[in-house]
Design a protein around this ligand. Structure first.
Ligand SMILES: *Cc1c(COP(=O)(O)O)cnc(C)c1O
Length: 426
């Protein structure tokens, strides 16, 4: 029986606790699991039997969350990790190696730009930044050392929707996996695997958990990519010395990437999600569709109101008819363009700072996807070290604020912006 999204967000991956009958998924606050006998232990360590050994690799609370996220994304399996950034490294780790590169969109979360342009170089990896509206440029950036293509579905800080079908077609043509960061959209608004994505990564810190309580990440595998076809992905297709020469793709088929992520990635990189955090995220996901509906409804109202405000220069929200990406909403994220956008003020840098300082309901924080409405002036905070040109390119020009619309009463959100814009001057 195929359940709908609203049912799966509550039930997928969860079953009454076999020991106690507990209906809510217990927090298995344990480091290790008792083996039945020495033979059982040996089978687990050889990956001949699936079970629990040590919570750096697997934990029942985290496993329930992995199954739930995989189900909601329509994937074969998922690996949860300690943060969204950890998930991005975990997604690339089995694919990359020294000298290899990943082709990435220029429109990414600021932290991802830093991770890809600076930090991954320490592993001998590199990223090639390309405008993903220029399909020829994506293909031109791919060379013999490219191992993946990476973009966001609805790009943070909002307003930009990637044509996933077109990008997936290129990935297919060049025989590479497409990795989509679906953090801003969530599987309720967009299901990248249905548009051809191989892997989906999440910062569960944001909308999936939804309350701004914990950090977490996930890598979901579609299970559809042939890791053995090209010889480019030896971690998955060739014998693994640490498991007596086991070949992950040959042995685990559509679950190869997921098993590798746990048995090698979590084992050796240790970016593990803890069961307490998994519990908060499981609780959050139970109401995902309801929250996303309200985030979208509120964002549409607030963005529309802001667009007509005399102090506002422009609003980048794909849910607005004025957006160049409005046409993509129906195809890529049919239930709405999310809750995130940027606003440019005519009063420039000073007006932005005054707006942020004058808001009462909004919180000035470096986060998004909370039940609360959040705002940040990137140019004076997260992006203050950059040159004006770099700020502009990152969507963080001095006259721009980023807004994450919460699920409060839309009238209260608008009233707060109204009084603060009056103080900020126009
Ligand atoms: C926040 C965010 C990340 C990073 O996630 P963390 O949980 O903060 O590590 C990655 N991508 C996007 C789109 C994000 O919004």
């Amino acid at each position: 029986m195929a359940y709908g999204f609203d049912t799966l967000q509550i039930h997928a991956g969860a079953r009454p606790d076999p020991a106690t009958g507990a209906r809510q998924t217990p927090i298995y606050q344990t480091t290790a699991y008792v083996f039945r006998d020495a033979e059982h232990a040996a089978a687990l360590f050889n990956l001949q039997e699936v079970g629990y050994i040590y919570s750096r690799l697997t934990n029942p609370t985290v496993a329930a969350l992995q199954e739930r996220v995989a189900t909601l994304e329509g994937g074969a399996g998922a690996v949860c990790c300690s943060s969204g950034h950890a998930a991005q490294i975990m997604a690339l780790f089995p694919l990359m190696g020294p000298g290899r590169n990943v082709v990435v969109s220029t429109r990414l979360y600021g932290g991802s730009v830093t991770q890809f342009s600076q930090t991954i170089k320490r592993f001998g990896w590199s990223a090639r930044f390309v405008d993903f509206d220029d399909l020829d440029a994506i293909e031109a950036a791919v060379d013999g050392d490219t191992r993946a293509i990476f973009c966001e579905s609805i790009a943070n800080p909002g307003g930009y929707i990637t044509d996933l079908d077109a990008v997936a077609k290129i990935a297919d043509k060049v025989g590479l996996p497409l990795i989509v960061d679906n953090t801003s959209a969530t599987p309720y608004l967009c299901r990248p695997i249905e548009h051809g994505a191989t892997l989906v990564v999440h910062s569960m810190t944001k909308f999936l958990t939804g309350n701004g309580t914990v950090t977490g990440g996930a890598v979901v595998d579609s299970g559809t990519f042939d890791w053995s076809a090209s010889g480019k992905f030896p971690s998955l297709s060739e014998p693994e010395p640490a498991y007596h020469g086991l070949k992950f793709h040959e042995t685990f088929g559509p679950l190869a990437f997921t098993f590798h992520g746990i048995a090698v990635g979590l084992r050796d990189l240790g970016m593990t999600l803890n069961p307490q955090a998994a519990h908060y995220t499981l609780m959050g996901i139970e109401t995902l569709s309801l929250r996303m509906q309200r985030h979208v409804e509120n964002a549409e109202k607030v963005a529309g109101w802001l667009e007509n405000h005399p102090a506002v220069d422009h609003v980048t929200y794909a849910g607005l008819k004025s957006s160049p990406y409005h046409d993509r909403v129906a195809r890529i994220c049919p239930k709405g363009a999310g809750g995130l956008f940027t606003v440019a003020l005519k009063g420039g840098y000073d007006a932005c700072v005054k707006l942020v300082d004058s808001l009462e309901l909004f919180s000035h924080v470096a986060n998004l996807g909370d039940t609360r409405s959040l705002i940040i002036h990137s140019a004076s905070t997260t992006h203050r070290q950059l040159t004006p040109e770099q700020q502009e390119a990152a969507g963080a020009a001095p006259n721009v604020v980023r807004i994450s619309i919460g699920i409060e009463d839309a009238d209260d959100i608008i009233a707060d912006l109204d009084q603060a814009l009056a103080k900020a001057g126009g």
